[in-house]
Design a protein around this ligand. Sequence first.
Ligand code: BES
Ligand code: ZN
Length: 630
Amino acid sequence: MTQRALISVAFALTLACGPAADEADEAVSAGGAESALVASPADPHSFSRPEEVVVRHLELDLKLDFEAKRIHGTAALGIEKTTAADQLWLDTRGLEIERVALGDGSAETTFTLTDELPTFGRGLAIDLEPGTERVVIDYVTDPGAEAVQWLSPAQTAGGEHPFLFTQSQAILARTWVPIQDTPGVRFTYEATVQAPPGLMAVMSAENPTERSADGRYTFAMPQAIPSYLLALAVGDLEFRAMGPRTGVYAEPAVVEAAAWEFAETEAMMDATEALYGPYRWGRYDILVLPPSFPFGGMENPRLTFATPTIIAGDRSLVALVAHELAHSWSGNLVTNATWNDFWLNEGFTSYIENRIMEAVEGPEYAEMLRSLSLQDLESEIEELGAESADTHLFLNLAGRNPDDGMNSVAYDKGAALLRLLEETAGREAFDAFLLDYFERLAYQSTDTGGFVAALKDALPDAAAAVDLDAWIYGPGLPDNFPKPESGAFGAVEAELARWREGEAAAARLDTAGWTTHEWLHFLRTLPAGLSGEQLAELDAAFGFTAAGNAEIQAAWFEVAIRDGYAPAFDALEEFLIQVGRRKFLKPLYTELAKTEEGLSWATEVYAKARPGYHSVSTNTIDDILGWTAR
Ligand code: BES
Ligand code: ZN
């Protein structure tokens, strides 16, 4: 390719992927013959062109330098050409590309990088020979690589060893591996990882259960996965089996509690298989990370990554395990083709999560979870605005960081649509449809149109009855939203009313047998404007400030901030410094930022807490607080 053409590609890509996507379309169509050089419009978040040359296999060799916070990597890519194209296009971000070679790695080749785009990074175009089947890239990651968090010993439960974990979804894999970073491409992989001796490395692959003496580990992942499911963690880890196919990895101080908390996992697997067909990934293990992990859970194949904040001591938060396990069908097996179709991953998964919880805990429990999910959805829609395009199921995230458009609408509105379809078609028919859908599309990606077509084909009457267009391409909550029975929390509301009306002191309320969910409902329905005395009474009766349960603590802190309950603020500060889970941080910092005093307190705490957060969380909180580097 000529230099001129390359520059033109880089320019067109800059526009196509940048914030000005509309202008890009014009520039591209005005570009005449050269418009053919522009990356496929299939995935607006990737520079790759899998329709020309596609990656089928990855061999990774990684050396971890904890001192310098760098990974020295070699990525050998097995590729397949479907056209006469003479370049392989990959995504990179912050990677220093040291050398690229073809075949066995001895024949060096030339390559070009596009200009750097914020969020998307740089496209890497590698020149190929006619028969090239393998490309070998030597590279180094940046210490600020967004996928990777390097933890100091102080950030771990044991306090003695460093820890590392990656988070690739949605488009962060490119910050630690040069790859076609789009959910539309799948590849198998193998890896060798050199970790500090004494620590254990685990990946989204077949994993060791014992430490190696020299810190060297090899991995194989025989099932093809998209790049966002590439994952690695290294730390002072131990393994405990739970069932024949399930186990936990965690730091020694945590592993026992984790194995107890997640003991129902094997039963959840059996329940899911009975509904949607065989589990196709071999083992299902759970890795419990240090509290800075920015998500509740991440469905890395064979090894779900999880926050320690779901270890409540009473198994009350294991719906999260059901959720990540459900992704073994919806998401990991049948994958959203682009991030605009994110609801296909998360809406299906949230629906299946609820079916698993129904199978394991019974229909009333599942109903209660649906009530909480409806509350989440209503407040999310209120926050986004009922007419906001971000409340559509099918999103338009072109030119944006997909992370900014991913909210609970995909989860809760998506799950509600599937619930409505289930109620309309009948459970038996709908279950048969999903079973067949997973069977036919296993190990493939599909988009919203693909789902609609499959549904219309299999269940035409139900598809016609629900107004799919309003649900998928329209805003807010459609009128035929399937409402959960409101009775789930009736007892909680009755007790709260007794307290508010002065019939009973807090300590005399009947809260026996309440689980985390009842407490969450109680805290969420407390009216605003309670006095310091009232809050102190609740706190003394129920120990919210010092609760061992992070969900309850976080919900209480929201109340404490809203009503200015000072005695909770020391614990709140400690919580904000300890816990990096974005779902908790976002509402707390948002509530704090509502007043000048709160904002200034929050900014001070954030200055201490921020170095311990993952980039996923700092990106969100920086915006809320208007944080600029100091
Ligand atoms: N895949 C998601 C996490 C995710 C979404 C990472 C988008 C990056 C971008 C995971 O399955 C998830 O949904 N986690 C939830 C838990 C769940 C029970 C709703 C979370 O972390 O809160
Ligand atoms: Zn999910």
